[in-house]
Ligand binder design. Structure first.
Ligand code: HDE
Length: 700
């Protein structure tokens, strides 16, 4: 009888028991627990076959305390589906964050390409971008020292174009055949299952020390480029040379660059390590909050264009992915912008199932002979087949082209299309409406002649492994060089085998003897080990300031977060002044206090608290203000408060303090210093908050 009542009401009612675990409340007979939800027309809960479900709380048993019956198809369907919910995670780049957006062309490349996305100025092309770390599993933290993936799927009028890049313009290896070894070396060691998402272990450095071509990339990954402050503050690079093809079939080489509007910013190592503990989702949350607040991140798309003749004169081979083309040699031309403005509806459906393939390309763009790119053209399609389980992965909504598409491919696992008619082949005479080739504007490859002997041969032009590594290192500011040295010492200190440490320092000698000496000192080596034999002499290229990171930090508070530490009795006026001006300057502000409940300020008004101090270290902020009542001695004994201000100081952040804040500053043993500002001087605070106090670093 109660069951009947439930079924009758099922389209308009919800069982209160859905939110409770109390057995008495979830008995199906407990009809009194049901209630109407106003006028909301709620859909019926059904099985996947559409059968309405009367009870989603109890499995079917032979008696109330008896065994569960095999005939309970509702239970079995639900649990079976659940058991199969996980798909294999990506072998690399498993941890990622995806966002929808658009690309808008500002400058036509019509002279070079027929691709509409690069010729139709002002047109907005929808896209989906996924940022990722490389080494960690999908549940790993956002902030290990790691390269970041920067993959963009453009849904163009002429098909999907995937530009699958990284936040570093070069790669570890020159030939795709070495990729499985590289990845096996960097991933957790197979016998022990650790470390997760870290390069600081023996197998990684063993492989690297035996792979001289990786040395340029090593300089990049040991720099703060691998510690981004935000996904919104990273550059992106297509890495390989691609080709643009115009209507006449002429080809021009191109390298793609993404440049963030917010400028570049990184964290520093000690800060990064603490962020991983305080908020493993630091980057995903930052992006989610920015998109939710309407602060849509934006990047410029820039290209480097060059001809075969120009390439022939470069002092390196542009087909070698361990080399970049300095901006000083081939300047960047900005051609458009990408704006990310819509968070996915569902993480799994979109971010997890998006399938990037460098082979997803459109007429007017073509591949170069870079052997790393050539290998990737095979790998990604193969990986999607294994990961998503079917050649029909293009039918998953996030992967579906937004232009018409039609062919005679049929069937396969999880086929969603239902084609009609008897014709599934081409050419045919039976179905005049069926899809046909379009030689006029269909995809065509560049017509170049290839010659030479077949063989497994590395070209001589790929032999210089150290010159660009040296150029990178020597282009860095002193602070940046110090960070590279410290990172190498940290990483190699985690290596158990001394011969690997020594071999690595040997390579550094080729890059820069002072660098090698500093790292050798840091590792406690008695002398700098001899360098390995190099195939060619290392060249002294001109330093390229464009390779710096700190130099690309923008003088802005946009995208930054200021934390204000306040307690009961803190001064309302001081808090309001800091908050108002920093928000006006573009920052977001969060109030941190001892408890999460609202606090009463000096004037008796209430202040909403955003985060609790013990769970919110200052690493969550770019700058802090400490506004405390004069009598804040008690807080000065609070370890979390002391750590809050000490870390902000050590991490070279601007700190604004009122008189009460000064008491905490003193208790933390911090003396007056650059970047420590009177809370009343908000403009000074804002100026200092836009940067880090690099000159403080030597002291801390
Ligand atoms: Fe990838 N890479 N990769 N890679 N890669 C994958 O494809 C591979 C390389 C990059 O957000 C996999 O869908 C080979 C360079 C990004 O979904 C796999 C080689 C660059 C992403 C694969 C490389 C990248 C991947 C794993 C050497 C920068 C994440 C899952 C020839 C230009 C895309 C997947 C996303 C993902 C293979 C080298 C970037 C296994 C064989 C160089 C951003 O197919």
């Amino acid at each position: 009888m109660a069951q009947d009542k439930l079924q009758k009401k099922s389209s308009k009612v919800v069982s209160k028991s859905a939110t409770t675990n109390s057995i008495s409340e979830i008995q199906p007979g407990n009809g009194g627990e049901l209630h109407q939800i106003g006028s909301i027309d709620q859909p019926e809960l059904t099985t996947n076959q559409g059968t309405p479900i009367a009870d989603n709380q109890n499995s079917l048993k032979s008696n109330p305390r008896g065994p569960t019956l095999l005939e309970d198809f509702i239970l079995r369907e639900k649990i079976t589906h659940f058991d199969h919910e996980r798909i294999p995670e990506r072998i690399v780049h498993a941890r990622g964050t995806g966002i929808h957006g658009f690309f808008e062309l500002k400058k036509s490349l019509k002279k070079y390409t027929k691709a509409k996305i690069l010729t139709e100025v002002g047109v907005q092309t929808p896209l989906f971008t996924r940022f990722s770390t490389v080494a960690g599993g999908s549940g790993s933290s956002d902030t290990p020292r790691d390269v970041r993936g920067f993959a963009v799927k453009f849904y163009t009028k002429e098909g999907n174009w995937d530009l699958v890049g990284n936040n570093i313009p070069v790669f570890f290896i020159q030939d795709a055949i070495k990729f499985p070894d590289l990845v096996h070396a960097v991933k957790m060691e197979p016998d022990r299952g650790f470390p997760q998402a870290a390069t600081a272990h023996d197998t990684f450095w063993d492989f690297i020390s035996l792979t001289p071509e990786a040395m340029h990339m090593v300089m990049w990954i040991m720099s703060d480029r691998t510690l981004p402050r935000s996904l919104r503050m990273m550059e992106g690079f297509g890495i390989h040379s691609f080709r643009l093809l115009n209507d006449a079939g002429e080809s021009t080489f191109v390298k793609f660059h993404w440049r963030p509007k917010l400028g570049l910013q990184s964290t520093i190592w000690d800060e990064t390590v603490k962020i991983a503990g305080a908020d493993p989702d630091f980057h995903r949350r930052d992006m989610f909050e920015a998109i939710s607040a309407g602060a849509f991140p934006e990047w410029e798309l820039a290209v480097q264009l060059f001809t075969q003749e120009e390439a022939d004169r470069f002092p390196f081979d542009h087909l070698d992915a361990t080399k970049l083309i300095p901006e000083e040699l081939v300047p960047l031309q900005v051609i458009g912008r990408m704006v990310l403005n819509r968070w996915p509806d569902n993480f799994f459906a979109e971010t997890e199932q998006v399938a990037f393939c460098p082979s997803h390309i459109i007429p007017g763009i073509d591949f170069s002979n870079d052997p790393l790119l050539q290998g990737r053209l095979f790998s990604y399609l193969d990986t999607q087949l294994s990961r998503l389980g079917s050649p029909n992965f293009h039918q998953i909504p996030v992967n579906v082209p937004k232009c018409p598409f039609a062919n005679h491919q049929r069937d396969g696992h999880m086929q969603m299309a239902q084609p009609t008619g008897r014709v599934a082949y081409e050419p045919n005479s039976l179905s005049p409406q069926s899809p046909r080739e379009t030689p006029t504007h269909g995809f065509s490859s560049v017509a170049v002649q290839e010659s030479g002997n077949k063989g497994r041969i590395r070209p001589e032009s790929f032999a210089d492994h150290y010159s660009q590594a040296r150029q990178f290192y020597r282009s860095q500011l002193a602070v940046e060089q110090a960070h590279i040295c410290a990172a190498l010492v940290f990483e190699l200190s985690k290596v158990e085998h001394p011969h690997i440490r020594e071999a690595m320092v040997g390579h550094l000698v080729h890059i820069d003897v002072h660098l090698a000496q500093r790292v050798a000192d840091g590792l406690g080596l008695v002398q700098v080990p001899p360098p390995p034999r190099a195939a060619v002499d290392t060249k002294d290229f001109e330093p390229s300031p464009a390779l710096q990171l700190i130099g690309k930090m923008k003088d802005t508070l946009q995208g930054r977060v200021v934390g204000i530490l306040a307690v009961e009795g803190s001064d309302r006026k001081a808090i309001d002044a800091v908050r108002k001006k920093t928000v006006a300057a573009g920052a977001s502000v969060k109030i941190v206090s001892l408890k999460i409940a609202a606090i009463k300020l000096s004037d008796g008004s209430d202040l909403k608290v955003d985060s609790q101090l013990a769970g919110t270290p200052s690493v969550m902020f770019d700058a802090i203000a400490v506004i405390l009542p004069g009598s804040s001695e008690k807080l000065s004994k609070e370890p979390a408060a002391l750590q809050f201000i000490r870390d902000a100081y050590t991490h070279l952040k601007a700190i604004a303090v009122d008189d009460g804040g000064k008491v905490l500053l003193k208790a933390a043993g911090i003396k007056k210093d650059i970047g420590i500002i009177d809370a009343e001087a908000v403009d000074d605070f804002i100026r200092e908050a836009k940067t880090r106090q690099w000159s403080r670093e030597a002291k801390v």
